[in-house]
Design a protein around this ligand. Structure first.
Ligand code: TRP
Length: 332
């Protein structure tokens, strides 16, 4: 049998998941496991580069794990773990710090952005974040790393560092390729159809765990457009708010744009907006209920992240041992 290609991604447990995350990405992850050997981890080591409330961080890490499982990431088919449970990440992170240049780290746009945003806490971890991320990736010798636009630069750096290391010591690391995921729906904010749905604008953001009545209220208040036509027609340039709602409706019902236009022909927005809200509520209901159930079942959740960490450690430690040997550390 052919070995499956390996894929890995880290998720920062720094905010609640929302409809944009789900329709844009997570929804497509469940089926990936058929084709790839997949590792996903909660990147808790990364979140402390900005100050976190300890109780919130702990709660969100577990909540997020529960939500991913509820969205269809099957822990039997994927390796799901918590980054800090696999010490090899921190260990290789230190090593790679010594193979990453000050100049390279200085050029990272995420560092520049975050440093500007958190002027009172420009710590060393924020600066060396990309070498920890390189360690996260290279430990598992993945073929692919699914990347969003904002993480491309870090993946490029990972490749550069890996190549630099291999150049000195021989083939230690597989050089990973970025993986551009099959395009999911691009969901815009309900109140700001010109920007991506984001937790920083909560009035326009539908969270996976939100109560149905709150979801419906947000859809009823969604921005449509100011033209006088007031009809459901797909025209992203002239009617971005309507187009966004149509995209969402299409993603959750599978209906095409002409079908949606026909369904609401001659009805204005009064029927359309609550219908989209209702469809979203129905899609999210089983996810919210399942995530709630999983969160209550502490023993189950613990068994998932323990098994995940064990499997991940096995693979990660193999790479780490090889690295330590190559650079001249005495074997344990
Ligand atoms: N830096 C990523 C983000 O902010 C999270 C992350 C950490 C990651 N380590 C990773 C993503 C390794 C992919 C691979 O979204």
């Amino acid at each position: 049998m052919d070995e499956k290609k390996v894929m890995l991604s880290g998720i920062q447990p720094s905010g609640d998941l929302h409809l944009g995350n789900y329709l844009g990405a997570i929804k497509n992850w469940a089926e990936r496991a058929e084709q790839f050997e997949c590792y996903y981890f909660m990147a808790d080591l990364h979140t402390i580069t900005v100050r976190q409330n300890p109780a919130d961080l702990r709660r969100r890490t577990l909540e997020q794990l529960a939500q991913y499982i509820a969205c269809g990431l099957d822990p039997e088919k994927n390796t799901l773990f918590i980054q800090s449970h696999v010490p090899a990440h921190a260990e290789l992170g230190w090593v790679l710090n010594c193979y990453t240049m000050f100049g390279e780290l200085s050029r990272m746009t995420q560092f520049k952005d975050k440093a500007a945003k958190h002027k009172d806490n420009i710590n060393g971890g924020l600066f060396t974040y990309p070498s920890l991320m390189a360690a996260d990736i290279l430990l598992y010798q993945p073929d692919y790393v699914p990347v969003g636009e904002d993480q491309k630069q870090h993946c490029e750096l990972t490749r550069d560092v890996a190549q630099r290391f291999n150049h000195i010591y021989g083939d230690v690391f597989k050089i990973p390729e970025p993986y551009i995921p099959k395009a999911g729906a691009r969901v815009m904010g309900l109140t700001t159809p010109d920007t991506k749905m984001s937790k920083s604008i909560p009035e326009g953001c539908v969270f996976l765990m939100e109560k149905p009545e709150d979801i419906q209220r947000k859809f009823k208040r969604a921005v449509t457009d100011s033209d006088t036509e007031r009809c459901v027609r797909f025209d992203p340039a002239a009617k971005p708010g309507v187009a966004n709602l149509m995209n969402i409706y299409s993603a959750v019902t599978g209906k095409t744009m002409p079908e949606i236009e026909a369904e609401f022909a001659g009805q204005g927005y009064g029927k359309f907006k609550p219908a989209v809200g209702e469809a979203v509520i129905e899609i999210l209901r089983p996810i919210r209920e399942e995530a709630g159930r999983i969160l209550q079942d502490k023993a189950y959740l613990e068994s998932v992240y323990k098994a995940g960490a064990e499997k991940a450690s096995y693979v990660a430690n193999k790479t780490l041992r090889k690295v330590y040997k190559k650079i001249g550390f005495v074997a344990r």
